[in-house]
Ligand binder design. Structure first.
Ligand code: NAP
Length: 446
């Protein structure tokens, strides 16, 4: 990989890069199948990614005709890497086994180790024989929608494909590594004004929020819509706030500290709720919710914006869903994509049907949505929300920070990139957008 890195650093030509042999093994972050029982009987919060995530050499797989190898300069932590590393809600080896049964190419993924990571920025270093639109030397970012395009169900909206997967979570050879194996239809151009790590942190969360807020497959938000955003400085929330503001909506951001509240205000979100300060207790105990606490949240929202939210951007799940259904406006939409605090959801259905509200689900984004979301990053309309950067060697600690909600925005991971700030190809455009805007989360976390 050293030779490849030097070639990238020295702006080698595509021909020169093509001449470098892909190494037989590469450095990667992975979990071992033999460790999948290691946290048995422990509470979720005590399961520690630092114990299960390993760094080491893994064997380079063969490249399929529709795939490329990307030399990964940087990657990022997503919550799915936390799930894989604590083997919840189920060990991801089951996904790899299922993929292994699909085809001879799928079989490569069924291994006793799972190379994780669902984001990456880097350089294409080898293309499969059927790849048309990308070539060796292209600087790219990778989105994580892993789709079999020979299946009719994948056309129209590829998120509806019966065997749709998330790369690096439900497939092997993910982005938290020096080399990644991806389908050519996962590639998008790297934003030229951003560094490797600023480019790498966006695709998963930015595309998810784009589909949830902007796309007609999601909320299709219109000008003037008010949107309650849980975890508004978290991974998906930090992009959702930007989409609401860009689209002429009114965000109400919920966070859990004054520092996060300050970031939100600096982003232009005027209506801010600090849930820790408010100390909402939506659950009286493990089985009983407290409607008066839902009402208290509803009143706080009305005090801030004078009305109930048209849309609720929902992902904490069990802890908040009852409140989310309650506070949405009559005819409003609860847009959900996750359940961080528990997936067995309970809400009062009377508040849903009597007020004609809708719960709609969303999951990542199709290629077109991911491409459009990436285009907005490239145009400087959406900013990366990178708050911290770790070397690949410390990936366990980086995942631990996300697991424990000790972070803001996105945590980047340097893979082949030796330090932060490399890879910026258009400094003039960067200056035009403004360093302050691009590095807001990083500065606040410094
Ligand atoms: P994140 O960076 O950890 O941010 C989530 C934020 O939610 C936290 O920062 C926290 O903010 C807030 N939160 C956590 N627990 C909460 C609770 N009990 N009540 C209220 N707020 C709570 O994670 P993320 O990347 O944004 O992902 C959020 C969830 O979405 C995860 O479960 C992830 O797996 C899922 N996800 C799904 C998709 C998909 O395609 N389906 C894509 C991306 C992410 P405060 O403490 O500041 O309130």
């Amino acid at each position: 990989m050293q030779e490849i890195l030097e070639a990238i650093e020295n702006n080698a030509t595509p021909q020169e890069i093509e001449g470098i042999k892909i190494p037989e093994s590469y450095r990667a972050a992975f979990v071992n199948e033999s460790d999948q029982e290691m946290f048995q009987g422990m509470d979720s919060k005590d399961k520690d990614p630092r114990k299960s995530l390993k760094i080491g050499e893994v064997k380079t797989p063969e490249v399929a005709p529709d795939e490329v190898f990307v030399a990964v300069m940087a990657s990022a932590i997503n919550f799915n890497t936390v799930w894989t590393s604590i083997f919840e809600p189920l060990p991801t080896f089951q996904f790899l086994k299922r993929l292994g049964k699909e085809s001879i190419w799928g079989k490569r993924h069924d291994l006793p180790y799972h190379v994780v990571g669902s984001d990456a920025s880097g350089v294409v270093v080898k293309t499969g024989s059927a790849v048309r639109n990308w070539k060796v030397g292209d600087k790219v970012v990778v989105h994580c929608n892993y789709v079999d395009d020979q299946d009719p169900s994948s056309h129209n909206d590829s998120m509806m494909a019966t065997n749709q997967r998330i790369w690096g979570f439900e497939s092997n050879f993910g982005g938290l590594a020096d080399l990644a194996l991806v389908k050519a239809n996962q590639l998008m151009p790297k934003p030229r004004h951003l560094s490797w790590e600023e480019s790498a942190c966006n695709a998963l969360c930015n595309s998810t929020s784009y589909r949830m807020v902007v796309s007609r497959n999601g909320a299709g938000m219109k000008q003037g819509d008010s949107v309650l955003i849980w975890g508004a400085t978290g991974g998906i929330g930090g992009y959702a706030v930007q989409y609401v503001l860009n689209g002429g909506g009114i965000p109400i951001g919920v966070v859990s500290s004054p520092e996060k509240a300050e970031i939100l205000r600096e982003m232009g979100c005027e209506a801010v709720i600090d849930r820790r300060e408010k100390n909402y207790k939506f659950w009286k105990d493990d089985v009983t919710q407290d409607e008066s606490e839902w009402r208290r949240l509803g009143k706080d929202i009305r005090d801030l914006i004078g009305e109930d939210p048209d849309i609720v951007f929902e992902h904490p799940g069990r802890q908040t869903m009852g409140a989310s259904v309650f506070v949405a406006k009559r005819g409003g939409l609860i847009m959900t994509c996750a359940a961080t605090s528990g997936y067995m959801i309970e809400y009062d259905n009377r508040h849903l049907w009597m007020k004609l509200k809708t719960i709609k689900s969303s999951h990542f984004a199709n290629y077109k949505e991911a491409y459009e979301a990436n285009r907005l990053i490239s145009k400087g309309a959406i900013q990366p929300i990178l708050s911290a950067v770790y070397p690949l060697q410390e990936v366990g600690e980086a995942a631990y920070q996300v697991h424990k909600n000790l972070h803001e925005g996105k945590i980047g991971v340097l893979c082949l990139a030796q330090k932060e700030g490399l890879g910026i190809d258009d400094p003039e455009f960067r200056e035009k957008i403004g360093e302050d805007k691009i590095t807001l989360f990083r500065r606040k976390n410094a």
